[in-house]
Design a protein around this ligand. Sequence first.
Ligand code: FES
Length: 338
Amino acid sequence: MYLRNRWYVAAWDKEVGNKPLARTIMNEPIVFFRDEFGKPVALEDSCAHRYMALSLGKVLNGVIQCPYHGLEYDKTGKCISIPGQTKVPPGAFIRSYPVLEKWRWIWIWMGNPNEADETLIPDFHWNDDPEWVAVGDYFYVRGNYRLLIDNLMDLTHVAYVHSNTLGTENVADFPVKVKRDACKVHVERWVLNEPAPPMFETIGKFNGAVDRWQLIHYLPPSHFVIDVGCATANTGALSGDRRKGITMFSNHTLTPENESATHYFWHHARNFRRNENQLTETLAKATKTAFGEDVQIIEMQQNRIDQARQKKPIIDINADAGVLQGRKLLDELIAAEN
Ligand code: FES
């Protein structure tokens, strides 16, 4: 069960061009390409004639041609040409999906097309804003998207999973505050007067202790804006003055391929030392390494879930406060939609 009447990221903008891109979302095979004006198109990846995957075909001036017998479909999914005949029979169409390009991502609406409203695309402007330098990438994860939601809702794992990049030892000693409303969850943690994690120490050039923040904004179904940073300890960051520190936005969005695999898109943005290409490269490498560590954890969890001979009850700990609120909200929204 998925929350369908929401926007999901289907691809990076650069992935969609004049060659078909195949991507399965919520068990539905979809082909992406660009129309004659360069706008993204998303169609069911299965020909109306004999089910052939259109993604193995060609895009010809904004129209996709089936590689089997040459039927052509326009951006609405209507078959507009059949070799050897002038008449296109009724029923010669495939499903088209609402699709939009925003914040350097291609967004798809998997629910009722009449409800697809562009203003509902969440704000990820950091990925496409001259005031920020963003690095980002994509992971194909062999794990359920909800495992990744859990991972991003509880950052105590940084101490164990990311000890060389994002973690310091005693993050779990600093409790989180969780706030929830009808459509989002906010999880806030301040780690005060502690050493900076390795990545922050390197790029922030801190001498001594820092005050560090992790402010997680979760917007269902699977969008995360995470405001993270450090400032020299006791210089006012906690009350809003970040002048003695650095801020980065670590933003993530998860799109289920099916119950056991996820398309994971992320970017990491900074607004300082913006012209330093070397720093950009260092951050791109470090963040990709760190998030790749999460992917390994998720895939191993999924492996153990799949291998379990029977489902065992799981336990919750204090650090799960945000996780539990996030799960509850998503379940409620799915139930309401259905
Ligand atoms: Fe596509 Fe025949 S299966 S044209």
